[in-house]
Design a protein around this ligand. Structure first.
Ligand code: NCD
Ligand code: ZN
Length: 343
């Protein structure tokens, strides 16, 4: 196949950041996605309806003239989150709340320790029909970083899903065969997002021939058996898997560092890279479901009605993207060839 036309997709997990960065990140995503689930891990985090609405307005104002891109807002769960916070957020059309185990990733210092303390909040979310989005990794020092997702499933995820059978749960950016199997063995109230980097790469791409800080994200890339399990999951066409880029920009200096931070800024190439993966898997007929239908259906939102076309044509991802303030970001797949291009 040399070209493919699909319903305009949505990105069900990304990080726009704030301030001047929005002038870069919002148009980059809006070039091909109609809506996006916006992560709340700002400093300070988005912990209530008021902060979410103010952030939403800053995102709307960063759109290009005439753009109808729609940000879907989320709340950051902390040990202080109350049931009233959930009620207020739902009323303000916040669609989901994000659970970060404390210390799991960028700006998660304020997140939750002792997940059971949040059970009244989960109860309220279940009642209000608000989705629970989960960064599924334990953070205890003694647990090997490559095992943290699997241990989280065994210690927390299985229990949350069992104790709240009517709560819709998205297992975000899954990276292991264990997580894919867990989702498939759960009810249709449980789904997962999968990033382009976890479909394209494995931990060799992080560590062989030198450390590659721009491939470092959390959860960390796993061995190829896990990568292949994720590829199989998306190629199956299961409605329980959908597109979430986890596009997460960091300044070049912050990644090319003795203690480089986690996150891949994929907004400029993610859709094209997903298309490349589905093409490699001989599963282009499953791309539209993954990118444009399964997420909207799971969230209970209307599917988009517009279309876009991708053509099989090689292009190279730029080496850097420059922010309005002159700061450089190295995009995911920088300097590498991509086989599909937005028409
Ligand atoms: C994200 C970020 O930079 O905000 N980083 C990442 O590696 N994925 C946070 C996150 O999604 O965990
Ligand atoms: Zn993320």
């Amino acid at each position: 196949m040399q070209q493919i036309t699909i319903t305009t997709p949505d990105d069900w997990h990304l990080h726009f950041r704030d301030g001047e960065m929005l002038g870069e990140t919002v148009p980059a995503t809006a070039r091909c996605f109609s809506r996006a689930i916006v992560m709340p891990n700002l400093v300070p985090p988005i912990v209530n309806a008021k902060l979410a609405m103010e952030y939403k307005n800053r995102i709307l104002n960063a759109r290009n003239e005439g753009s109808r891109f729609e940000p879907l807002m989320t709340l950051y769960l902390t040990n202080q989150t109350s049931q009233q916070d959930i009620i207020d957020a739902k009323q303000a059309s916040v669609v989901a709340a994000k659970l970060y185990p404390a210390g799991a990733t960028t700006n998660s210092a304020e997140a939750v320790s002792g997940i059971e303390a949040l059970y009244p909040v989960f109860e309220e979310m279940q009642k209000q029909g608000m989705l629970l989005l989960v960064h599924g990794e334990v953070t205890e020092n003694h647990v090997d970083i490559f095992d943290r997702e699997k241990v989280f499933i065994d210690q927390y995820m299985a229990k949350i899903v069992k104790d709240f059978p009517a709560l819709k749960v998205v297992f975000e950016h899954i990276t292991t065969r264990d997580a894919a199997e867990f989702v498939l063995s759960s009810s249709h109230k449980v789904a997962a997002t999968i990033t382009p980097q976890h479909l394209l790469l494995n931990r060799n791409d992080l560590l062989v021939g030198g450390i590659r800080p721009h491939n470092y994200c959390l959860p960390v890339l796993k061995r190829s058996t896990h990568q292949n399990a994720l590829r199989k999951a998306v190629a199956s066409g299961s409605k329980q898997f959908f597109l979430g880029t986890d596009s997460a920009p960091h300044a070049k200096m912050a990644k090319e560092n003795a203690c480089g931070c986690a996150g891949c800024y994929s907004a400029w190439s993610a859709l094209e890279l997903y298309t490349q993966v589905f093409d490699e898997l001989d599963a282009l007929d499953k791309l539209e479901g993954f990118a444009s239908f399964h997420g909207a259906d799971f969230y209970g939102l209307p599917r988009n009605t517009s279309k876009l076309t991708l053509v099989k044509q090689q292009w190279t991802v730029p080496e850097t993207v420059t922010l309005p303030n002159g700061e450089a970001i190295v995009p995911f797949f920088a300097g590498q060839a991509v086989n599909w291009k937005l028409a």
